[in-house]
Design a protein. Sequence first.
Length: 101
Amino acid sequence: MENIWLNIVKNNKKFLIGGIYRHTGHGLVEFSNAMEQCLSRISSSSYPCIIAGDINIDLSKCDVNTTTAEYVSNMLLNNFYPAVIMPTRITSRSLLPHLYV
């Protein structure tokens, strides 16, 4: 996975912002494991974190794909909730942009 993390300070308040890209051809299990390691490190921080990215996971398949369900569960267990719940385009392969706060 490709990722970049920035510490931003605005009005004496710190924020952590992460940008993540998952290549379509890379395995979802490996990506989920890498994300779990990242989340365990940053979930202990005391300031707000926003994660955005092109992760190429169809979240609407959460109820039929166990790997997708585990990815979503891991995000929720680390207190990251999706800020976008509707697809940005409707096609046979509609994907949600990933934005977690």
